[in-house]
Every structure is written in structure tokens, then in C-alpha cells.
Design a protein. Structure first.
Length: 144
């Protein structure tokens, strides 16, 4: 089990943490959500759920500025057992990516490019290598 703990609303100095729990409910590890790839983005997708993906002992988060036209948003893979960053990989410039899912082999990301249709990228779960570009729908088409 893991939970994201955010500082109080007016606390600008405390960084958010990813907290993992042992089977008995005790805190196993507190992982500061800081990354060399930029600030970790904690975007809520619905009531108290964040745009993150988990598989096994890995958490996948996003870092960087999604509206930057010089630095792409990064996927950050964190090892939940050690708190170390396993890998970081770029998505695209001016992108608001969303995790679609993760399994033992692959992490699926909707690129969410603001200026054109949204491709789905697949990244190798072990090292972050982009393994597939599942493309985007043809211009002008609508999902069914």
C-alpha cells in the first residue's frame, strides 16, 4: 500500500511524500517527492486520486512543467522499497501526459499534446525505453 501525503495548504516549504506501508499497517518508508527531472506534478484526476501508476514495487509519477516549450515533461519511476529513482524519461514538450496503466513489462502514457491529437506511448517498465508509439487518431476523427 502507498499513499501520497501533501503538506498543509499554506506550507510552501514541506515537500509532498509518497508513504508506503507494511502489511501490519505501520509506515515502511517515506519517500520525498523530489526529482532531478523537475518538480513532481500532483494532479488530481478525481476525488483524492492522483495521476500516478503503480506496479509491483515501482511508482510512476510525472515531473517538470507541462507548458514548457523547452523542456519535456518526464516520467519518473520510483523504487518503493528503496525510495531511489529507477529511471526518468521524457514524454514531449508542451504536454500534459496521463498514465493509462502499468504492468510488469510496460507503462502506458497518453501524451496529451496540447497542439495536436494525443498519441499513446509505451515505455519499458525496467529501463524506461520508449518501446511503442501507438499513434494518434486521424485528424478530425472522434473516439467512439
Amino acid at each position: 500500500m502507498a499513499a501520497i501525503v501533501q503538506p498543509r495548504a499554506f506550507d510552501k516549504t514541506t515537500k509532498p511524500e509518497l508513504v508506503t506501508f507494511a502489511r501490519d499497517g505501520s509506515v515502511a518508508r517515506r519517500i520525498p517527492l523530489a526529482s532531478s527531472a523537475g518538480e513532481i506534478q500532483l494532479r488530481e484526476t478525481s476525488a483524492s486520486r492522483f495521476d500516478t501508476a503503480f506496479n509491483g514495487s515501482t511508482a510512476y509519477l510525472l515531473a517538470g512543467d507541462p507548458v514548457s516549450d523547452t523542456a519535456p515533461t518526464q516520467i519518473v519511476a520510483l523504487d518503493l522499497e528503496t525510495g531511489a529513482t529507477r529511471w526518468t524519461r521524457p514524454v514531449d514538450i508542451v504536454t500534459t501526459p496521463r498514465f493509462l496503466g502499468a504492468d510488469p513489462d510496460t507503462v502506458y502514457v497518453l501524451a496529451g499534446k496540447a497542439t495536436r491529437d494525443m498519441p499513446i506511448y509505451a515505455y519499458d517498465a525496467k529501463d524506461g525505453t520508449r518501446t511503442q508509439n501507438l499513434g494518434a487518431p486521424p485528424a478530425g476523427s472522434r473516439p467512439s
